[in-house]
Design a protein around this ligand. Sequence first.
Ligand SMILES: Cc1cc2nc3c(=O)[nH]c(=O)nc-3n(C[C@H](O)[C@H](O)[C@H](O)COP(=O)(O)OP(=O)(O)OC[C@H]3O[C@@H](n4cnc5c(N)ncnc54)[C@H](O)[C@@H]3O)c2cc1C
Length: 385
Amino acid sequence: MNEIEKKADIIIIGGGVNGCSLAYQLAKKGKKVVLCERNYICSGATGRCGAGIRQQWSTRENTELSIKSIKIFEKLEKELGQDIGLRQGGYLIIVHNNKDMIQAEKNVKMQKELGLDVSILTPDEILDVVSILDIEGMKAIGATFCPTDGHVDPFKTTHAYAKAAERQGAKLYKFTNVTDIKTKNKRIDCVVTNRGKIKTNIVINAAGAWSKQIAEKLNIKLPNKPFRKEILVTERVKPVFKAMVISFKDGIYFSQQDEGQILGGIPIPNEISGYLTNPTFDFLNHMSKTLTRYSPKLKYVNVIRQWTGYYDVTPDARPILGEVDEIKGFIQCNGFSGHGFMLSPMVTKILTDYITDGKSSDILEKLLIKRFKDKEITHETSVVG
Ligand SMILES: Cc1cc2nc3c(=O)[nH]c(=O)nc-3n(C[C@H](O)[C@H](O)[C@H](O)COP(=O)(O)OP(=O)(O)OC[C@H]3O[C@@H](n4cnc5c(N)ncnc54)[C@H](O)[C@@H]3O)c2cc1C
């Protein structure tokens, strides 16, 4: 392996979508950036995710972040000079009872105030969007639908960011494990890796489900917990729908790829936190039964593969961003709780503005780790998987 740099303005830990997007944006602003990834680019949650992108959330912060992120995704292919596989077929969120409809109406009102094109559909209108659904099987009384939600290819996007970052002068070191972080006078001093030390005053912790361990090296306790999440893909069948179908009550999400495969996931009941990697029969069983209840026509479609990845889950299902109070220059970009791909464009822009211009924002202030000291925290309730 080649010698590594001895000094950098900023060191990013983690070569997922967030780390690579940060590397690109910070290098573009003239910073000397080093990214350390202990495996290969996309080896964490990014390379295992569904990569659905939606703007329909219950909290203002997530809604605002995702509306702005999708606007960035829409221009990203041009900016990075590479296809990112963006497809906007909408998200159809199934509502099953009157209580959940009240929450859905509240969400839609807030989303519309933020300028989102979103509407509430009747059961008949649901079938206009995805004709193979079974209204009775799903026990649906309606749905919400946003046509500009969709899907992006996580590999194409992350590698496009990585290549663009390198063109801007960033160094992306694969198979480079961060083993320690040293401080001097409560300020970041250097990062220790299996390939040597790198001096720096700024470290960004974008290590996904391993961010907690990174923070522990500096005696900072993150409340994040890793959860195994499973996902499957079927054989190709004739493409018949474009929207992502999801249900907060059942936890299921599924969509059809342009090539015809159905891709989707669901949480298995009573999953406990931990670094488990084995795929389970419980998942396959639960997913198949729920999926074919939603669409009996899919009964004859074969599953060809299932795999696992981790959600990095915070107590309020919202990310942890920004600098910690205890150590100058230690910046968090983690805790995405299963929606870190879709929020990445805006989250990394906010952090880049903070690092390069010292510019904070309302959203950044609300997502600092210190919010967990407050008596009441605002939970994101629109979550699946
Ligand atoms: C099954 C599944 C489905 C999902 N579906 C969606 C979806 O539809 N939409 C969505 O927006 N999100 C989804 N997510 C969540 C999404 O994948 C993540 O939130 C997002 O990819 C996080 O990206 P990241 O760059 O922050 O972290 P990661 O991609 O996890 O990258 C972190 C990297 O840090 C590296 N690392 C860890 N420790 C060290 C160390 N000591 N030194 C060096 N490197 C280190 C790891 O190897 C890893 O590559 C899903 C996740 C899963 C598992």
